[in-house]
Design a protein around this ligand. Structure first.
Ligand code: BDR
Ligand code: CA
Length: 308
């Protein structure tokens, strides 16, 4: 199975991504590292433990960084609710939080596992990953690939006109990750805004019970933001696209491109800047994903969640 570490700030869509990974035999989740993002760290680590417990697994959960590298934390309760995981209220988690810091877990795991066998799946701000790379540069070349949700290109931004939330919250961390030299797959808003709930094949239509009901309550909650604010059909399941790409890359399309992160300008802070026309000599550093087969994505998701 493909070994991964999920770095996450749950978040309803993070939660669905975690469930998708835990339900998929092709993937072995070595651990979840929580980061501050959608809500503060004390909530994201708690939410991560609730999700692991909901799946009936004992995947270890670690708490990582509680704030961006050099800026105050920006959160997104307006999207995800006060807990970050509003919807059906889950019981207090009994699944323990590990003592080890999330960044140390990332470092130790990459040093312990054979080179090129562990893929990092960041679903939130890139603070934990960047901190691990800065603290232990020897691990960078051991990473097999980074598959992340972040950025917006033709689609623009969702937290400022040009910046997507995960990149905006910690642009300095994003800059370190995009400059690390390892293969990166980027699932930006351009793709994830096409993974919309609410049509035939979306979670609420799927014949799920139990875990499925909880998932439906999350997507219902999550949906109200996009449908009320933008009149869109449903809610974009951003983070599950990362796991879906690992499972079924054939459902996605995109191209290799150079991506740089804006960290200076106040107006465009956190913008993902791509050299579409080769006007620089900067080499490609990311596989940009621009499209997803929505029906294929939702049938994969409902089939897998149905297994839990
Ligand atoms: C990203 O920001 C968060 O609110 C979501 O969980 C997702 O990771 C989308 O911009
Ligand atoms: Ca997230």
């Amino acid at each position: 199975a493909q070994k991964i570490i999920i770095d996450t700030d749950p978040g309803q869509d993070d939660a669905v991504a975690i469930l998708l990974a835990l339900a998929s035999p092709e993937i072995e989740v070595l651990g979840l590292t929580a980061v501050a993002g959608n809500v503060p760290l004390d909530l994201t680590q708690r939410n991560a433990r609730q999700v692991v417990e909901l799946a009936g697994r004992d995947t270890p959960v670690f708490a990582g960084c509680d704030r961006p590298l050099g800026r105050p934390l920006v959160t997104a309760e307006h999207v995800h609710g006060k807990t970050g995981l509003d919807g059906i209220v889950l019981p207090d988690p009994t699944h323990p939080l590990q003592d080890q810091h999330g960044v140390d877990f990332i470092i130790d795991t990459l040093r312990r596992e054979p080179e090129n066998t562990v893929t990092l799946c960041p679903l939130g701000p890139l603070t934990n990953i960047a901190t691990a790379f800065e603290r232990a540069p020897d691990i960078v070349d051991r990473v097999q690939r980074i598959v992340l949700m972040g950025g917006g290109f033709f689609e623009g931004g969702n937290i400022t006109p040009v910046a997507e939330f995960n990149i905006y919250v910690d642009p300095e961390a994003a800059k370190i990750v995009f400059g690390c030299g390892r293969p990166i797959t980027v699932l930006p808003l351009d793709a994830t805004h096409k993974a919309l709930t609410s049509k035939a094949g979306s979670p609420r239509c799927a014949p799920w019970a139990g875990v499925g009901e909880v998932v439906a309550s999350w997507t219902d909650f999550f949906e109200r933001f996009d449908t009320e604010k933008y009149g869109s059909e449903g809610a974009p399941l951003h983070d599950p696209c990362v796991i879906a790409w690992l499972l079924r890359p054939d459902l996605f399309s995109g191209r290799e491109i150079n991506v740089e992160i804006e960290t200076g300008s106040e107006l465009t802070l956190g913008m993902t800047v791509a050299d579409w026309w080769g006007v620089t000599d900067r080499p490609a550093n990311a596989l940009f994903i621009g499209d997803v087969d929505r029906d294929g994505f939702f049938s994969l998701l409902s089939e897998r969640i149905g297994r839990l």
